[in-house]
Each structure stands twice: as C-alpha cells, then as structure tokens.
Ligand binder design. Structure first.
Ligand SMILES: NC(=O)c1ccc[n+]([C@@H]2O[C@H](COP(=O)([O-])OP(=O)(O)OC[C@H]3O[C@@H](n4cnc5c(N)ncnc54)[C@H](OP(=O)(O)O)[C@@H]3O)[C@@H](O)[C@H]2O)c1
Length: 277
C-alpha cells in the first residue's frame, strides 16, 4: 500500500476517516488527491492533511483531476451521486485502477457497469467507529478483483479497525449488525443513562457510569475472548440483584427484539438496493 497512488472522491466524514488511517499507515500525502464539493472543505483537507484537494464547486472537473493516474480510487460520495461521479471520471481512469466504494446499497455490479472493462471494483461497508480507528469493515470483491487487490483493500481498512472479507450477498446483513450497530448501542446507552438519572444521579455521573460500563464490558469481552453468556453469569449471583434485572429483560423477549430489528433493517436495505438500480 505504501507506494499506491490514491484518489478519494467525496472526502467527507468516512473519506476522511480512511484518509487518516492511510496517512497513519505510512502513505505519503503527496500520493493522495481528494475531492469535496465545497471549496472550504477542500481547503480544510489540504491544510490539515497536506494532501492535494480539489472542490467541484470551484473546479467542475475536480474528480477527474484527482483520478488521473490514481491506482486506487475510493468512492466516498453519498450513494445517490455514485453513478454520476463514475460517469464523469470513467474516461480518465487507469486501465488497471482499483475502485473501492463505501457507498451503502450500491452493488459492485452497478459500479462495474459504469467503468471500463478492466477496472476492478471492491465494495466496503465500514462503520462510524472507523473515525477513531475502531471500525468494523465488511469487504466484498466484485467480479474482476485479484487476490492481491483484495489484500490491498483489507490492508487499507485494517488501518481504521477490524475487517471481514465476505461474499457480497452478505454485505447488507453485515450492515444491519456492524453498520447500524453503533446506533443500537447508543440507543441502549441513552436509555441506560435515563434509568441512572431516574435513580437520582446527575447527567454527568450517569454519562460516566454508563459509558465506562459499556467500554469496560466490551474491553473485557475482547480481552478474554470469553463467551458473553459466561461473563454475564459471572456478574449474576443466584437470587442476587443482577439476576432480578436480567429476568425482567428476559421477560421483554430481547432475543426476538434483536431478530425483529435486524430483519427490519435488512428489508429496508433490499428496498434501497432496488431504488439504486
Ligand atoms: N458515515 C458512515 O458511518 C458511513 C458508513 C458506511 C458507509 N458510508 C458511506 O460513505 C459515503 C459518504 O458518507 P459520509 O457520511 O462520509 O458523508 P459526507 O460526510 O456528507 O461526505 C460526502 C462528501 O462528498 C462530497 N461531495 C458531494 N458531492 C460531490 C461530488 N459531486 N464530487 C466529489 N465530492 C462530492 C462532500 O463535499 P462537502 O464536504 O464539501 O459537502 C463530502 O465531502 C456514503 O456513500 C455512505 O453510504 C458512510
């Protein structure tokens, strides 16, 4: 990856997270060209990361300027702009370019239809903790990708967290777990904070107790690699206080709730995929 020339089209929150990972991983800023829509965004990127940055509002051919000569092209614009941007840059793509798209719901097949025949396409689904190097990214190869190219993309996303290489049929399912997952966790945290405040703690105290409990429990799980059910039992003495709380949660059929929630997310992903065709 160290020698690869890179273009990041649509360097917003996710693009910048990946850019930071790349630079941290030893890629030289002189190898990277990025684009944004607004001039102020491009200026901020150039100033902060020392990369070449172009703005489409100032230079309508900004994406072409970034893509010319790039070996790896990361597509990080919103899903609705993907095909438009591809049609713009298609004529200046290198024949051996590797395209990596993080756009939710846009298939490798759709992208392949908008680029020259030799160009390889990989789809990746990171999540927001990638912004602090703690992401989980699902990676799926399109129909023209070599093992070396897949390994390169794996290395790229390993710079912002953990990776899983999976068949593209599973990427929407992965998205309902790790992609949307941070929102579920924040939802529990919100409710847990409310419960702590109802017990008389200040918002500050509740925030600290709850956030550190989530962080600590997750760190313990990862560090021990134990079965979460075993770790739960360790906190749950027979007929103790935790047992009473867990019993109430069990009565609420949490298992069914998780299946129902992730199924709803998956059904919506399928609808969006239809709309993107
Ligand atoms: N955020 C996530 O957690 C997450 C997770 C998985 C996948 N994704 C995917 O990542 C992609 C970007 O999401 P995001 O959250 O990073 O959005 P974002 O912060 O809004 O970034 C989009 C970027 O695209 C730029 N842009 C708009 N039109 C453009 C054009 N025609 N050419 C070049 N750049 C253009 C914007 O410029 P300005 O900054 O000037 O507006 C902005 O920098 C989406 O496809 C999304 O599905 C995001």
């Amino acid at each position: 990856m160290q020698e690869t020339t890179v273009a990041i089209l649509g360097c917003g929150s996710m693009g910048t997270a990946i850019l930071s990972g790349m630079l941290h991983h030893g890629i030289n800023p002189t190898q990277v060209k990025v684009t944004a829509k607004r001039t102020e965004s491009a200026e901020a990127l150039a100033k902060k990361h020392k990369v070449t940055a172009y703005a489409t509002e100032y230079q309508p051919n900004a994406n072409n300027l970034a893509v010319e000569g790039a070996q790896l092209v990361l597509l990080a614009v919103k899903p609705a702009y993907i095909t438009e941007v591809l049609d713009q840059v298609s004529s200046v793509l290198r024949e051996d370019a590797l395209i990596v798209s993080v756009a939710a719901g846009v298939t490798t097949e759709t992208i392949e239809q908008h680029v020259p025949k030799g160009v390889a396409v990989v789809r990746a689904m990171p999540n927001t903790p990638a912004l602090i190097g703690k992401g989980v990214t699902g990676i799926s190869a399109g129909s023209r990708v070599s093992q070396e190219q897949l390994a390169l993309v794996d290395e790229l996303f390993s710079a912002v967290g953990k990776t899983l290489v999976i068949p593209e049929e599973q990427i929407d399912a992965l998205s309902t777990i790790s992609g949307s997952g941070p929102a579920y966790v924040f939802f529990f945290i919100e409710e847990f904070i409310k419960a702590a405040m109802a017990l008389g703690f200040s918002q500050e105290e509740a925030y600290l107790m709850v956030s550190e409990t989530f962080l600590g429990a997750a760190a313990l799980l990862v560090k021990t690699q134990a079965d979460p059910a075993d770790l739960r039992r360790q906190v749950t003495s027979p007929n103790g206080t935790t047992m009473k709380a867990v019993a109430v949660m069990e009565e609420a059929n949490l298992d069914e709730l998780f299946i129902k929630a992730t199924s709803a997310a998956l059904a919506r992903a399928k609808e969006i995929a239809q709309e993107m065709k």
